[in-house]
Design a protein around this ligand. Structure first.
Ligand SMILES: [Zn+2]
Length: 65
């Protein structure tokens, strides 16, 4: 996992914490969702944000209309 792109994430005023390891730095990936996962999930018109935990790799999904 690359460290230079990892950062703390704030969702609606709440700092995102990994539910698995409690980590607070995440790797953000939006392009992957729009081009690949969005199609697979049948929601290519939706905007989804993915934040991957830097420590354990847990994927936090957020759905944005
Ligand atoms: Zn984690």
């Amino acid at each position: 996992m690359k460290d230079n792109n990892c950062k703390e994430i704030i969702i609606n005023g709440h700092k995102l914490l990994c539910p698995i390891c409690g980590g607070n730095t995440f790797w953000e990936n939006k392009d992957m969702v729009n081009s690949k996962w969005g199609f697979l999930l049948g929601c290519s018109n939706k905007k989804m944000d993915i934040f991957i935990c830097q420590q354990c790799g847990y994927i936090n999904w957020f759905w944005n209309e």
